[in-house]
Design a protein around this ligand. Sequence first.
Ligand code: PLP
Length: 408
Amino acid sequence: MTDTTEPYFDPEWGYATLGIRAAEPRTENMEHSASVSLTSSHVYRSAAEAAAVFSGQQPGYIYARFSNPTVEAFERRLAAMEGGEACIATASGMVAIQTLCLALLKAGDHILASRGLFGASINLFNNILSRFGLETTYVDPTDPAAWKAAVRPNTKLFFVETPSNPLMELADIRALADIAHAHGALLAVDNCFLTPVLSQPLKLGADFVIHSGTKYIDGQGRCIGGAIVGDAQRVGKDIYSYMRTAGPCLSPFNAWVFLKGLETLALRVRAHSDSALKLAQWLKAQPRVKRVFYPGLPEHPQHELARRQLASPGRGASAAVGFGGIVSFEVEGGREAAWKLVDSTRMLSITANLGDTRSTITHPATTTHARVTPEAREQAGITESLLRISVGLEDIEDIIRDLERGLA
Ligand SMILES: *Cc1c(COP(=O)(O)O)cnc(C)c1O
């Protein structure tokens, strides 16, 4: 991009404005809304220009495995929202986690991860990265002292998902960052459930933020993708070099969908959060519901931490506190009753996807966490009576009516 086409940017902008205005990829055609740059490579006016761009002496695009205008715009806009210096977009959220580990760790290193991770993340650590000499052990996300006790001399990475999936337990990001740094380890936070609208882990001391763009960033259940956000050296140089060579890159088309998604992220995440709180309050009052897991409820064990941590320190209306769009709950009657409730819905989508405009309902023990061993599931508190709802943007009254039938 040239100076004449670069749109105005103000680092003081609030999250809604950043999502709409930061890093608009404007070409000499002066598009108002970002166009998608679907080209695998770029050309040069001369051999000298090609050499200058390849060596980095002159800015310019080379090859879409590691440089594409639309992907770069998505990376810059997400970095601005997370308060990071650099961002690398990846083919999926899982690839973001895999890339982080393969780019920065080596055989013999140890990872400390929070219990209650996304199911595929557990499989990645236990069944794939373990084959390359990376060992992972799991710790209660709510107990910083347990992390301190579990650190080994070779611990290089803390990997935390907060809130946890599907039990919505919170980790104290600042406390874990301090413990990691005191032992020479780095902290990565999977910020998929909250998005930068509700949580900015880098500002609380985390070194990396991981995203699955597939969820709230897209927001309409269309594209798979992910991202790593962090500092200029580790993400901007080290992970970028890995991307350039190993190529786990995001498609420009998906980057364009995500760029559009970021424009409405602040608005959507607040609406998802408002409805989720209403649903959690309604579920709590149902006699056949044993327990509701939602950080916005005052009885949630970490409600106070949630109030402190889940507020944008930023400006503007988007700085409001919200508790995210995911609500989990246990019903009386084990798997049979849980499945019956799922099967009695007519509008809610029976799918494990989340962060969509459409509300979804899933039985974690037999879907997202089915490949996890029963012992590990038990330990993580994922019982047979547990259900998880990703609260969509339909009218909350309709979501409640759809669940009422099965709880009658
Ligand atoms: C979905 C998800 C992922 C993985 O992202 P994909 O884009 O599906 O690969 C990682 N972490 C969390 C918390 C998720 O919900």
